[in-house]
Design a protein around this ligand. Structure first.
Ligand code: KG4
Ligand code: ZN
Length: 350
């Protein structure tokens, strides 16, 4: 079976054709994965402007889907289903993909599968590497989310913890903004950090010990928090900037020091969870999994004494439709489809 995936939850319009391989250990293969990024449009405003995003999705969606079919040497009649990100995300952006997918499914008489964006990020690991040994603990770390999931069975995702405030990618974006480095912040900080001293600036780490009053069902001690770190960078920058201007070397030191804390916290919490739940593998997915230091530290752990580690390719780290198609195939195989009255849901639960 071949499936068309569509992703428009934020500022990338993406469509992909993914097919089943028949190989249980590596179940899916990518035929095409077209991504039209809106980053140049939003950069001017220092972040994603929702109204501009949905308008651009409308302009791009038809061309992106046509290109994905073309690149995947597929026609509508080669497809067995259409998968689309139903949420979470920006509602105006989600609506473009959902409306397109519904119209296409109705016209081509194909089953429709609504997919949770984070299920897509988790399945990007399987799309890239094949099935992970289960139980697996997966860290999904992006501009909107920083959450740990336990996967005990394929397609079942149990939330273990999440950030109490900012997502890690959001902290990258905000720190980059206050340093005047532009949007998105992750890739620039990642690049600059390589030239900096990661111990130059003392910055705090957070360890949460109490349950979150907003989520009493979670124990809370595996939760994340990045707003204090972001504020510490802001304070440091304000204090120093009064006395002297920053040189490029100073900026690199701030980037490196900030990145060391973020990566250390993410890796430590992931392996704490892996030990607690006796995981047989761990993975990191989502936009921040493109981070070079995070990738290097995870791989080093994998090569050392600990358990097998999984990462998506760089293209599958940030938002893309191939991962949505993969998660769609997973649901379809479990017999789950959506009806044509499915709606976009900005706060969809996994
Ligand atoms: O998954 P994604 O494309 O969109 C969301 O679902 O949010 O993630 C985007 C986030 C942005 O915050 C961006 O700054 C961050 O991923 N990011 C990175 C890197 N590349 C992208 N963060 C750190 N290092 C990177 N190399
Ligand atoms: Zn994402």
């Amino acid at each position: 079976m071949r499936i068309l995936g569509i992703e428009t939850s934020c500022d990338e319009t993406s469509a992909a054709v993914v097919e089943e391989t028949g190989d249980a250990s590596k179940p899916w293969a990518i035929r095409s994965n077209v991504i039209a990024s809106q980053a140049p449009i939003h950069r001017e405003w220092g972040g994603v402007v929702p109204e501009l995003a949905s308008r651009q999705h409308i302009r791009d969606i038809c061309g992106v889907v046509a290109r994905a079919l073309d690149d995947g040497r597929s026609t509508w009649s080669d497809l067995g289903a259409i998968a689309v990100t139903q949420g979470p995300g920006l509602v105006g952006s989600l609506l473009v993909g959902v409306s397109f997918a519904k119209a296409a499914a109705a016209t081509a008489n194909l089953p429709l599968v609504g997919v949770h964006h984070l299920a897509g990020h988790i399945e990007s690991l399987v799309l890239q590497n094949g099935e992970m040994p289960l139980p697996a603990v997966v860290l999904v770390v992006s501009g909107g989310h920083t959450s740990l999931y336990l996967v005990e069975r394929p397609g079942r995702y149990e939330l273990l913890s999440r950030t109490r405030d900012d997502a890690a990618g959001e902290a990258y974006d905000k720190v980059a903004k206050l340093l005047g480095l532009g949007y998105p912040g992750g890739p620039v900080i990642d690049r600059l950090a390589k030239q900096g001293n990661d111990r130059a600036i003392p910055l705090p780490t957070t360890r949460l010990t109490h349950a979150d009053r907003n989520a009493p069902e979670l124990k809370g001690d595996l939760d994340f928090s990045f707003s204090g770190l972001k504020t510490a960078v802001l304070r440091y920058v304000r204090q120093r900037a009064v006395a002297q201007a920053f040189s490029p070397a100073d900026i690199a030191d701030i980037a490196a020091s900030f990145q060391r804390i973020v990566v250390t916290v993410l890796i430590e919490r992931l392996f704490d969870a892996a030990r607690r739940y006796q995981a047989r593998s761990v993975g990191i997915a989502g936009g921040v999994s493109a981070n070079s230091r995070l990738r290097a530290e995870l791989q080093a752990r994998g090569e050392g004494k600990e358990i097998p580690t999984f990462l998506p390719s760089l293209q599958l780290s940030t938002d893309n439709a191939a991962m949505i198609a993969a998660a769609g195939l997973r649901k379809l195989r479990a017999g789950i489809t959506s009806s044509l009255d499915m709606n976009a849901d900005a706060a969809l639960a996994l």
